[in-house]
Design a protein around this ligand. Structure first.
Ligand SMILES: [Ca+2]
Ligand SMILES: [Ca+2]
Ligand SMILES: [Ca+2]
Ligand SMILES: [Ca+2]
Length: 687
């Protein structure tokens, strides 16, 4: 099995790099801020050692831990002596929580306990003297729950999936209780936890963060961590954050990967419990890959009677699965308040066997208002409703996300709502606000290839999504493509559309739709000319490129008022550009702003005279001293002095006295300086 194992392990290691690479194609600004490839050597973090660190190495001698040679041979012995503040430096290798003085061998309740002021660093080679020598990705430093040593994991000791766990493993590999951000874990792989015990032992196989109960908290810091192959029989396969019943649990995670974790119930990787309390974790540069559960294949947030509003920045959810709802993420806000903030997030290839292939937003009796900026939903699928997203404003609750610069591409629902299903039955409200969203290539087996809005029967609710600067084109339902119903289907609901490209609508000038489609004006109906269209009959698919070709009718026809606070598009490019070269910057429809046109202006100065010409031609100054040029185009200016003058060089966007070469990534102004030649009066000498 070694080949297979090697391949699988490489998948995990490579994922960090490959993810960055894949994103470079999809979302360059996201990838650059992620910069994962560059982080294998970790620079010195905020705190320099407060004291001589304690050292841990398998090859140590266990003589006090104050040098590498005297290093403790297990992590528990270092934790036992580390006071606040201190650091523990751990060399590569596999470490188990049942090892160390006072530990009971093979005990499933053994756990590494985090405390305030103690920073654990993994990723060293034995003998490394400098934090900069640390290489957490190559010097794998593993905290393993396989206390009885019989798992089928490979030589590196990392469980790729939970199927490698055998017999007794620790209920929680790592535990924290009542800690602040000074409890730091940095540079480890946490694997093979198996939460199958009693009481809390069924939650958080990899990391149990206990902030339960009034006045309690659990807000640790995790950096450069991989959670792989952890299991919980109930919730939170890898990590469970308990802030319920008046407590709070809001850890901060940076550069973390959750891969191959699983839960018997909810939150395959992560469960954030803010029920009657709060759980608002912060995640930056985090990857969720192939995790699974009943609901929320990767992440489950509950803010029932409380709040759960995680902040997610630069996150990928890839190929997570749920047996019921929310293939990647579920947020349950039953009688609570939830406002997850997602910025720079990619949901790709996730699936649910019921509703919400990527995301399920439950507002049942509460207020669930996620804010999603620069998000891609691509190739997700659900067996029933909402191929990418299901918004449930059931039972007088609200589920109304705000979406800005979002793509729904190649998602598929077996039943209704190929991309989004808005459910406002039983007096609920599901009225998302969509600004600069692109829907194309999505498919529903029944109705609403892109969006289905359902008030349903019985006690009616409110479904009235607001759609602006948005493209709905070539989505598919059971009636095929090219109809309004194959894009949007309303069941006694209404939808307002303005400044949008709406297929089969006739546009605002020839509105062809019934009263459930409210024409807010300036809508159009023609092929948006995507660079690579997505075939909805191929959904779920992650292929395609929904940026606009030059000459697209969606360029410069949005309304700038809707993007006043939106500085960038989905590519991180300026959100408003002059895409048609008429000198006015107007926002495009859809998630991507097409390239703009910028003026190049040439000015002549000095006492002399001359001409400035360009290649390609267009500038011939004196006569023509300004030119509108396509963004990123190149132009070369040449100055030629008149007789009796000399060219004295450029100022402004160019310098020197050679040709002026410019790339038009903004408006440019250049000055050519000509000086009159000095008149040399030759003395005439008479003899
Ligand atoms: Ca053991
Ligand atoms: Ca075992
Ligand atoms: Ca534009
Ligand atoms: Ca324009």
């Amino acid at each position: 099995m070694t080949n297979n194992r090697f391949f699988n392990h490489c998948l995990i290691c490579a994922l960090i790099l490959v993810t960055g690479l894949g994103l470079a194609l999809v979302l360059p600004w996201l990838a650059s801020s992620q910069g994962l490839a560059a982080q294998s050597k970790v620079p010195v973090q905020n705190n320099a050692p407060e004291a001589t660190p304690y050292y841990v190495a398998i090859t140590g001698t266990g003589l006090g831990g104050l040098t590498w040679t005297a290093a403790f041979t297990n992590v528990q012995d270092a934790l036992a002596v580390a006071a606040d503040p201190s650091e523990i430096w751990v060399a590569k290798g596999v470490y188990y929580p049942d090892e160390g003085d006072g530990q009971i061998n093979d005990s499933v309740t053994a756990t590494f306990l985090m405390t305030d002021g103690v920073i654990l660093y993994g990723g060293f080679n034995f003998g490394d003297g400098d934090m900069n020598d640390r290489d957490w990705e190559n010097n794998l430093t593993v905290l393993s729950g396989d206390v009885d040593g019989d798992d089928t994991s490979g030589a590196d000791g990392v469980a790729v999936t939970v199927t490698e766990i055998v017999d007794d493993n620790a209920y929680h590999v790592v535990t924290a209780k009542g800690v602040t951000g000074t409890a730091v874990l940095d540079g480890f792989t946490i694997t093979a936890g198996q939460a199958v015990g009693d009481d809390g032992g069924v939650l958080g196989g990899g990391y149990f963060c206990d902030g339960y109960g009034s006045g309690n908290h659990c807000n640790p810091t995790l950096r450069h961590i991989i959670f792989s192959g952890n299991y919980a029989i109930l919730d939170g396969g890898a990590m469970y954050n308990s802030g319920d019943d008046g407590g709070s649990s809001s850890p901060v995670l940076t550069n973390v990967t959750f891969s191959g974790n699983s839960a018997g119930f909810d939150g395959g990787a992560m469960y954030n419990n803010g029920e009657s309390g709060q759980s608002n974790p912060t995640l930056i540069d985090v990857t969720f890959y192939k995790n699974s559960s009943n609901n929320g294949g990767a992440m489950y947030n509950t803010g029932a009677y409380g709040s759960s509003s995680p902040s997610l920045t630069n996150i990928t959810f890839t190929e997570n699965t749920s047996r019921y709802n929310g293939g990647a993420m579920w947020t349950d806000c039953w009688d609570g308040n939830c406002h997850p903030a997602l910025t720079g997030v990619v949901f790709s290839g996730n699936s649910a066997e019921r509703d919400g292939g990527a995301m399920y937003n439950e507002g049942d009796g509460g207020n669930n208002r996620p804010i999603m900026t620069n998000v891609i939903f691509s190739g997700n699928s659900s067996a029933a409703d909402g191929g990418a997203m299901y918004n449930d404003g059931d039972d007088s609750g609200e589920s109304s996300p705000t979406l800005i610069n979002v793509v729904f591409s190649g998602n598929k629902a077996g039943n209704d709502g190929g991309a989004i299903y808005n459910d406002c039955e039983r007096g609920g409200d599901s009225s998302p606000t969509l600004t600069n969203v692109t829907f194309s290539g999505n498919s529903a087996g029944n109705k609403g290839g892109a969006i289905l809005n359902s008030v349903g029967e019985g006690e009616p609710g409110t479904c009235s999504p607001q759609v602006r600067n948005t493209i709905l084109w070539n989505n598919k339902d059971s009636s095929g493509t090219g109809k309004i119903s194959s894009n949007i289907y309303n069941i006694t609901a209404t939808i307002s559309l303005s400044n949008s490209l709406v297929q089969a609508s006739g546009g605002s000038t020839a509105w062809a739709l019934d009263a459930s489609y409210i024409d807010g004006g300036f809508n159009i109906d023609s092929d948006p000319m995507f660079i690579t269209p997505v075939d909805p009959s191929k959904a779920p698919t992650t292929t395609g490129n929904l940026r606009l070709q030059e000459g697209s009718p969606a360029i410069d026809v949005g309304d700038n008022d809707y993007v006043v606070d939106v500085p960038a598009d989905l590519d991180g490019e300026a959100r408003v550009k002059d895409g048609d070269g008429d000198g006015t910057e107007t926002v495009d429809m859809g998630a991507y702003e097409a390239k703009g046109y910028y003026y190049l202006t040439v000015t002549k100065a000095g006492t002399g005279g001359g001409q400035v010409t360009s290649s390609p031609s267009g500038i011939d100054c004196g006569e023509t001293c300004s030119l509108l040029l396509k963004e990123d185009s190149s132009i070369t200016l040449t100055a030629t002095a008149d007789e009796g003058s000399t060219f004295n060089g450029w100022s402004g966007a160019c310098s020197g006295s050679g040709d002026c070469e410019l790339t038009m990534d903004a408006a440019n102004s250049v000055t050519a300086n000509f000086e009159a030649a000095l008149k040399v009066l030759l003395p005439i000498i008479f003899r």
